[in-house]
Design a protein around this ligand. Sequence first.
Ligand SMILES: [Zn+2]
Length: 148
Amino acid sequence: MTNDISFEEISYDLAYHGSDRALELAIIETIQRLPQEVARFALDQCRFLSVGETSFGTTLPGRIASDWQGSTENMWLLLLAEGMPGDDIHSVVAHEIGHAWLKHDRLSPNVPDDCEIQTANLVRDWGFTGKGANADYCHIDIHQPSSG
Ligand SMILES: [Zn+2]
């Protein structure tokens, strides 16, 4: 654990919109392992989404990405796969938080070419192992649907 935010406080402050309880727990565990200022960022400025296994898709209102004052400025939506393998889930969650932390707006032409490498290395520096912390893997296809 690399910050002093309690499990209970993270559970309370986390904005997770989905139905995968294992994923929710993994997000909480991931945030517990982040440096303090990044953990606070993840709780205050990130909204975590996943689409349930019984649903083909879910439409969610943009206001879920607003802060407590209703502003969407500097807020991030993190869409996560459900049923991720336990070996990789924490590093993948940390990886998506890393993109938000580094302000990688993939809809902007200004996103750096090496954003995957930057993010994977940051996640490794945070102490995670697995696909989300592996620059070689992230460079190829961490954001593509799993092939198996
Ligand atoms: Zn990435």
